[in-house]
Design a protein around this ligand. Structure first.
Ligand SMILES: *Cc1c(COP(=O)(O)O)cnc(C)c1O
Ligand code: SF4
Length: 342
């Protein structure tokens, strides 16, 4: 489907600019309600204990197929009984984030780039999330509390890029983000500001005028890495949000996770790439699942992943094929699984 060329959308830009916060408030927070909305038996949504509760905004739920228990979007958010099975090798902190902590809230694993864990909040709870057990409450909350991390960045001229991550940084209000971004822009050796976010996909209303202002007009080159796993996530409302971001000069990339029952097929991955390119988003990474406790039922074997990406490579333009990567604790970069062997 081609991009929907729309006139200015009042929901996105008008007086109702904070409607994304409304969408957060009205999100579905339990499995039975989610199933009822989709015309599925409530019992289908009653999984065992859940320290990581359901969180699914209504707009995202509206892209699911009613009555389909195997819907690829539903599978990303609905807990299953398998989550409570302890699978060997699936851990609380599979990528060893704690070892990469250089200051409060600041992680550095790779050269030239640091990652700021800006918040623990997300606009959706993805059942496969590798940070589902991350100790977010320990991190900085105000600009004053960020000062130690900011000083560490200022003192290290090898750092060229700051990545806002989380959680999801775009759950913070624009005033807070603009303040933090403005402070970073004063550090002369920084060149780029990257945002890792799923919000333009789950709540496209989050792409406010204020966001385009502080990010699009920063001295730092803005890069946004969104996160969609299936073409059905990219409906017309998302298309408009992405079009606004691209129009503000923000480089757009996507990262996906290879997920059993969601996108582990050639047609699903092909359609995702086509749809992303239609929306001017470059498919950047396809991640091998991080082996986090509770997510074993999403794992796709590496050999199958490599074969799928090779098939994509044979049928799509090179720029539409994501790099298949795996995060290995202690390694100085993500390990490429395709095109080069790991
Ligand atoms: C993935 C990641 C990055 C970014 O890596 P790129 O290959 O540049 O996308 C940076 N820091 C940490 C800690 C990461 O996990
Ligand atoms: S949006 Fe990202 S950080 Fe948040 S639950 Fe989903 S995968 Fe995890």
């Amino acid at each position: 489907m081609p991009i929907v060329a729309s006139p200015i959308d009042s929901v996105l830009t008008g007086s109702n600019g904070e409607s994304w916060q409304q969408a957060m408030k009205s999100a579905i927070r339990d499995g039975p309600t989610l199933c009822r909305k989709l015309g599925l038996p409530e019992s289908h949504g009653r999984a065992a204990d859940c320290s990581f509760p359901v969180f699914a905004p209504l707009g995202y739920v509206s892209r699911m197929r009613p009555g389909d228990p195997h819907d690829p979007l539903l599978r990303q958010v609905l807990p299953r009984a398998e989550e409570s099975i302890d699978a060997a090798g699936f851990l609380g902190d599979p990528v060893d984030d704690q070892a990469a902590r250089v200051s409060p809230g600041l992680l550095q694993k790779y050269g030239g780039r640091v990652l700021m864990v800006t918040t623990g909040a997300c606009a959706i709870h993805c059942r496969y999330c590798f940070r589902r057990h991350y100790p977010y409450h320990e991190g900085p909350h105000s600009l004053a509390e960020w000062q130690v991390a900011i000083d560490a960045i200022a003192d290290d001229p090898t750092i060229e890029e700051v990545i806002f991550s989380g959680g999801d940084p775009l759950t913070l209000v624009d005033a807070r983000l603009a303040e933090l971004a403005g402070t970073l822009a004063e550090i002369p050796h920084l060149r780029r500001l990257r945002i890792h976010t799923r919000l333009p996909i789950v709540i496209p209303e989050r792409v406010t005028d204020a966001l385009l202002q502080w990010l699009g007009n920063s001295r730092l080159v803005p890069v946004m890495v969104v996160h969609a796993n299936h073409a059905a996530e990219l409906d017309a409302s998302v298309a408009r949000a992405l079009q606004r971001l691209a129009g503000a000069g923000i480089m757009l990339l996507n990262q996906s996770v290879l997920l059993r029952g969601v996108n582990d097929s050639l047609p699903a991955l092909t359609e995702l790439s086509h749809r992303l390119i239609d929306l001017r988003v470059v498919p950047y990474y396809l991640h091998q699942l991080d082996r986090v406790r509770g997510a074993a039922h999403f794992e796709v074997p590496l050999e199958k992943g490599r074969a799928l990406v090779k098939q994509l490579r044979d049928s799509l333009p090179g720029y539409a094929v994501p790099t298949y990567v795996q995060e290995v604790a202690g390694e100085p970069g993500k390990q490429i699984q395709f095109p080069a062997p790991g």
